[in-house]
Each structure stands twice: as C-alpha cells, then as structure tokens.
Design a protein around this ligand. Structure first.
Ligand SMILES: [Zn+2]
Length: 615
C-alpha cells in the first residue's frame, strides 16, 4: 500500500520535474529501500488512503467535524482549519441508575485544543484559570507554567487531500471506551461508590452527532464498584455521559467586570498581569453577546433603541403541552422591557422550533439553539443551566429544563399563599388562564437566571408591608422590585383589600441590573468601563429599590435578605400571612373536594399549609 502511494507521489514529482528538492531526494531513497523488501504490507496503524478508511459503507453525519461510522468504529474527520482553535468540552451525566443524583448534572468543563503532528493528532487541555493579557511580557511566563497537558494522542488514519478544505481522519473509540478520567465518572463519585476499574467490555459509544458548531458524544461507562448504589449484587455501576464539544468564537467577547453591588453570575480567573504586587482573582459576568450594528451606532449614541446584531432567541420545545406555549413565550419576551433600559429593542425573542418537515436536522442539542425543554419527569422544579465561554463570559447556549411537575408546585404555593383572598386559587385544578399566568411568572424568573441574574433576596424588603395591601401600588410595582427574589405570591393582602397584584413582574431592579450588565460602553477597554459602571450604581445609591441582597445559605446574618419574606417587616408580613392561613384551614375540605376522588388532595394541601406556616 505504502509502496503504491509512494510510487504515485514519485510519479507526480517526476511529472512536475521537482526532483532537485531535498525532500524529493529523501522520498526517493526511502522508496528504494522499501522496494527491496520482498512482501511490502502496510504497517499496523499506518496512514492509509482516505477511501480505504472511510469506505463506501460509512454512515456520515456532517457538521463541525464530519463523524463517520464504519462497522463499529467511529471516526472524526477534522478540517485542518480547526486545528489549534479553542473548543469547550462540557461533560454531563445524562443517564444513571437510580440513586446517583439526576441526569443532566455537569461534571466537568474544560477548554481543549486539537493539534496536528505529522503522524498524530493531540488533544490538549488549555487552562483558563490563569490569565495574563496577550500584550504583556508576563504572558509568556504564564503560558509556560500552563504547559498544556495532552489528554489523548490519536494515530492519524487518513488525510483528505481537498485543495480548499483538507482534513485529517482519526478513530475516536478508545477516547470514550478507555478510562480517560477527564471524560468519565468524576472522582467524588468514584470514591463514593468505590469504583476501582473501568470495564472496557461493558463500555461503549452510544451515539456521536455533529452540528455546525458542536459535536455531541454519548457514551456508557461501566465500572467495577465495591459500593454500587443500586443492584449492589452486580458489583458494578453504569453511567451514560454526554460530552459536548463546542467551537469557541475566534474573537472572544469583551468582558464586563463584576461588581458586588449588582447581582450577577460571574466567573473568576487568576490574573498575573494587573499592576499589583501579587496576583489577584478577577471576576467578570456571564452574559449574552449583544452588540450594536455598525449602521445603528449613531442612533444608539443618540439614545434611540436599536435591534442587536443577533438577538437572544429561545425556542419552546415541541413536547410542551399546547395550552402552555403562549404563556412560556410571554414569560421570555417579558424581558424586552429590561433590555430597552440597555438600549436594545427586540433583544429577546421566543419562537417555535421548525417542524421535522421544515428542518429535519433541528435539535435542542445543537448549541446554536437555546431551548425551553419540557421534560416528563417527577422532579417538581425548573432550572436553567448555561454554557459560557471561560475566556470572556459569553453565554453560548442556555437551555431551560421545565419539569412537568412545576405545575404541582405552583398549584400548592398559589393555593396556600393566596386562596384566602383569591377565589381562583380555591381549587385543586386551576383554570388554564390562572395556571398560565403562574407559568408565565416562572418562565420569566428562570429566563432571568439564564440572562445572568442570580436570586436577589434583598429585593422584597424595599416595599412597606402595608403597600402590598394596596391595589394601586401593587398594580404599578408588583409585589417586589425584582422577579428574581423568592417573593412568591402575595400572602399579605387581606380580604377586602381589593384587586391587588399577587406576584412580582420584571421590576425596577431587574431593568437596572440588565442595563448595568448589557448596555454597551463603546470606545473603552473592559477595564476602563469601570468609571461608567460605577456611575450607574451611584445614581441609585441608598435607594432600596436598587439593592441587591445575595442568597444566604446556612445561618441568616442579614434579616432583610431572606427567602420567602415579603415587604420591609417580616414579622408583620407573617402575621398577615398566618391570619390568611387561618381563613384557609376551615375551608380546606370544601376547596379540595372533587366528586369521585379521595382525600389525597386534602392531605397534600394541608401539608402545604403547615409548611407555609413554618416558612
Ligand atoms: Zn430561581
């Protein structure tokens, strides 16, 4: 095989008359040597012609890397243009036996770089925990001390000699089947279950799918384990892991540096480049890339609202029950008012995914699409994990997982917190428009997290407790200045207070926070934005509406920043709340009974009354 290939190359070289070059001389010598051997066979692992590796039988999925499956083997065809580009690998547990925590949990995030050598492709790990700006002399020292470890080395199987798009083929089965620690079960679980050894014979690749900007690999790993959580008698544990590899943008987004006075999901990095005696940790925001189009720059500077180059788009999963789709969409687009404070219009949009006929390739796994996913799971919660660029904080994708039983949670809270004044809540099953309004509220809250905002537990304290009994006040301001507080539903208002609002909207604080994090500041570096950012905070110094109070875990030291409190006086608010609970209890039987059903609902909601009392 090699001989054939070399003779062809030789023939070409003869044709082009380039025998004079030293390279060709070397080829010639080698060829002579090989020719003297009696039976020239390709060495095991030698580079072969493309068509011998990726045969006609291959099934191929085109994308960032073309993924080929031939027999049972999986191949990545890496475009040469993507070598040395940075990619983010996010590993999640996608399926487990019961008892290992629920699927979807992130286990590892790292930046990788594929590097091409003459006969090998290396997969290296790039560290972004240590940083110094490129232009500083200290950069080189940081690069050296960060010498990139090799996660895996692959033999090159073939080259595709395409003049426009040359590419390199490697086989990837061993990367996922062998015990590559960074891609497998995290250490903490290995220890807990006394996992000793990976069993290759029971570890395999489930699927590998390629999209324009990401490759998704699902693989099952089985470990021998001394303390397996379920089916202990087997003495082993299997988990399915999803490794998502995402191409990072060539040009990292400009950072925005974090300030404790505004609540934000931020990330830290050790910086050796700052003009200080010692290194220090710098933190910057996780946020979407919202940029002003060049042609709109003048308008923007005049204070006119402009549409961003690329809006934030959320797709609502096809699996979502039809009656809830409009409410989930409203919850998403409710944030438009906040982005208007940042100078943008139509910055966030809700859309239906294309139908399978319109786009058979469309998938929530595609990193280009952020999706509110509807999961039929008994977990009564919704959450919003996001994937962001560790270099800049740019949010690349953010799916929201919406578990079916969120509805149960909403029913329970709304019942115990408002039934005393709200006939709509005096039922086991709410009318669609009532449940829809609650879904819109939760959708907004969860989207808020995916925009970068954490809980603001110091928000609800801005309002005097008695204002929450006023219809005109609550209609205008909601029940708290931020939808990101855990100020759920208005349990303060008493019968006879009239048509009060029962929940918060996107409030004063939310608009301010979005402006602070997203309004572009042009013409200055990220570090030099500090002055403007400071001014934006100081404009509202001392005003409780603009206050951020972080979520306190464990002992509560700041009584004004609590979960579940409402208004500026928690004791007074609780008194009102308890009076309302006393009104609910005598009616529990009537409000929960339905013909032909037992008292399970009564039992559930009585339990809810008791836990509300304890909050
Ligand atoms: Zn939340």
């Amino acid at each position: 095989m090699i001989k054939n290939l070399l003779s062809k190359i030789l023939l070409l070289l003869v044709l082009f008359g380039s025998f004079q070059t030293t390279e060709a001389q070397i080829f010639k010598k080698k060829n002579k040597k090989e020719a003297t051997k009696p039976t020239p066979k390709p060495k095991k692992g030698a580079i072969q012609p493309y068509s011998k590796v990726i045969t006609k039988e291959a099934t191929t999925d085109n994308g960032l890397f073309d993924v080929h499956v031939v027999d049972d083997k999986h191949f990545y065809e890496i475009p040469d243009s993507l070598f040395n580009r940075e990619m983010l690998m996010v590993s999640r547990i996608s399926k487990t036996a019961s008892g290992i925590g629920f699927g979807g949990g992130k286990i590892n995030t790292q930046v990788l770089r594929w590097e091409k050598k003459p006969k090998k492709v290396l997969l290296r790990v790039v560290s972004y925990n240590v940083f110094a700006a490129d232009s500083l002399p200290v950069h080189e020292a940081v690069v050296n001390s960060n010498f990139e470890p090799v996660l895996y080395a692959f033999d090159i199987k073939a080259f595709k000699k395409d003049s426009l798009n040359p590419s390199t083929v490697i086989e990837i089965d061993d990367l996922f089947k062998k015990d590559v620690k960074a891609l497998g079960m995290p250490d903490r679980l290995r220890k807990r279950y006394k996992a000793t050894r990976l069993d290759d014979s029971r570890s395999y690749i489930e699927t590998v799918k390629s999209y324009p900007l990401n490759v998704e690999a699902r693989h099952v790993k089985t470990y021998n384990a001394g303390a397996a959580p379920s089916n202990g008698s087997l003495g082993s544990i299997s988990i399915e892991i999803n490794n998502s590899m995402v191409l990072l943008p060539k040009e990292p987004m400009k950072r925005r540096y974090f300030d404790r006075r505004v609540g934000w999901f931020a990330r830290g990095q050790v910086d050796y480049g700052l003009d200080a005696q010692e290194s220090k940790t710098i933190t910057f925001l996780d946020r979407w890339r919202l940029e002003v189009k060049d042609e709109d720059m003048e308008k923007f500077n005049r204070g006119e609202l402009v549409e961003p180059k690329k809006p934030i788009i959320y797709y609502v999963d096809r699996a979502t029950p039809k009656q809830w789709v409009p409410f989930i969409k409203q919850g998403i687009e409710d944030w438009q008012v906040a982005f208007e404070a940042a100078g943008f219009k139509n910055a966030i949009l809700a859309m239906d995914p294309p139908s399978p006929e319109e786009d058979p390739e469309w998938s929530p796994e595609d990193v280009r699409y952020s999706v509110v996913r509807y999961l039929a799971s008994p977990i009564p919660n919704a959450n919003g994990p996001h994937v962001s660029d560790p270099r800049s904080g740019e949010i690349l994708e953010s799916d929201i997982n919406w578990y079916h039983n969120v509805m149960t949670l909403l029913r329970n809270w709304y019942f115990v917190q408002t039934a005393a004044i709200n006939p709509d809540a005096r039922n086991v099953a709410f009318k669609d428009e009532v449940m829809g309004r609650l879904i819109r509220f939760v959708s907004s809250h969860e989207v808020g997290h995916t925009l970068g905002l954490p809980h603001n537990m110091g928000s609800s304290v801005a309002y005097p407790v008695d204002s929450l009994r006023s219809a005109s006040f609550t209609k205008k301001y909601g029940t708290a200045p931020s939808i990101m507080d855990y100020a759920r539903f208005n349990y303060v208002a008493q019968p006879g207070d009239g048509d009060v609002a029962l929940m918060p909207n996107i409030g004063v604080y939310d608009k301010y926070a979005i402006k602070w994090g997203y309004k572009p500041i042009h013409g200055v570096s990220a570090i030099d934005e500090k002055g403007t950012l400071d001014d934006w905070i100081l404009e509202h110094a001392g005003d409780p509406l603009y206050r951020f109070g972080h979520q306190q875990v464990g002992d509560v030291v700041d009584p004004s920043s609590q979960t579940e409190d409402l208004g500026d006086n928690a004791i007074k608010a609780s008194d009102y709340g308890i009076q309302n609970l006393k009104r609910i209890v005598p009616n529990l039987v009537t409000w929960t009974q339905e013909d032909g059903k037992n008292y399970d609902d009564l039992k559930t909601l009585y339990g809810q009354v008791v836990s509300q009392f304890n909050r």
